[in-house]
Structures are given as structure tokens and as C-alpha cells.
Design a protein around this ligand. Sequence first.
Ligand code: AMP
Length: 192
Amino acid sequence: MHIVFIGPPGAGKGTQCKRLAAALGIPQLSTGEMLRNVKQQDSALARWVGSHLDTGELAPDHLVMRIVASRLAEADCRQGCLLDGFPRTLVQAQSLDELLQQRGQQLDRVLELRVPPDILKERLLKRAELERRGDDTFATILARLQIYETQTAPLLDYYRERNLLTTIDGTGSPEQVFETIRRLLTQHCSDH
Ligand code: AMP
């Protein structure tokens, strides 16, 4: 089973993905986390990746695809995985399709977590205080929301046209949102 989580920063992708991964017993792949790990290293690549993360810009597609392809090839992903924050561009979405096809696998569902911009800004500022993530400054938050709208939101149509998209109201408590996800996935599985 392969499920993609799409949503703007602060929508709760990481939180929900972690819960669902535990419930389904398959790994959660967060490209944001993978890129932050690259940034920790002491190399020219790390500094280059870091410069993207710090400004909120997307890392280049070819780099992200290389990281994802090698992670998907690991043994624990054989039964599938949950993709958190990936794909974020059309190029990544098309490359993911090819990658899964080469492996004889397919994407089962795309979950969009929808949250209004005001609530997102509030959540991100709170997270900035709690987690001290370098990219949760106010200027970067605005840039990341803008980048989501221009580069990632077009993916919603891409997946809607292929009947893969389920939109979820992400404004409730983490427990409420998770219940909705569970209900919609169960419903979807019994319909197919
Ligand atoms: P996240 O933890 O998902 O909010 O991602 C944090 C940052 O990592 C983003 O603002 C981007 O700079 C970078 N990033 C994460 N996933 C991707 C991706 N699929 N493509 C490009 N950049 C990404």
C-alpha cells in the first residue's frame, strides 16, 4: 500500500502520517526529515541543501528523487509506505509513478489535508516556538505557503483526474483528523 499525504506546511501531515504508519505497520517516508538529515552533514552538498531549507525553497527534483528512490528500495518498504511531503512538484509526481511502475507497484491513495491559511500560520508560529526549526520563521512560513500554492497545489488536479484524491478537513484535533482519515480509508477500501 502506497499513500501520499499532500498539504501545506502546518496542515498536520507529519503527525497524521506517523499515526497511520503505526496503524498500518508500514514506514513513513518524510522527505523534509531526510533533507534535514543531509543538512546535518559536513559537506558542500549539505550546505547547498541547507540553503534551500533555510529559505523555504524546494530542494531540486533530481536530488529529492535520488533520495526517495534509494529509500524505496530498502527492505522495509516492500509492502508499501506512506509518503509525507512528497511529491511536491509535477516532475516528482511523474517520477514517482515511473518508479512505482518499475517496481510493479502503484499509488493507492492521495490524502489532501486542507486547513485555512490563518490556522496554518498560527500552527507554524507555535511549532517555531516548540521545535525551533530553522525554517519556521515568519518570512519563511509565508514563502513556504506561497510555494505550496504555486508548485504543489497543482498536484491535486493531477491526482483528482486519476480518481486517487481524498480531501480531508485538517482543522480538528489530531485525534479527530485521524478518525476521519481512518473512516475514509476504510470506506474507500470497502468500495473497491
Ligand atoms: P517538511 O518537513 O515536509 O515541511 O519539509 C521541509 C523543507 O524541506 C521544505 O520547505 C523544502 O525546503 C524541503 N522539502 C521537503 N520535501 C521536499 C520535496 N518533496 N521536494 C523539495 N523539497 C522538499
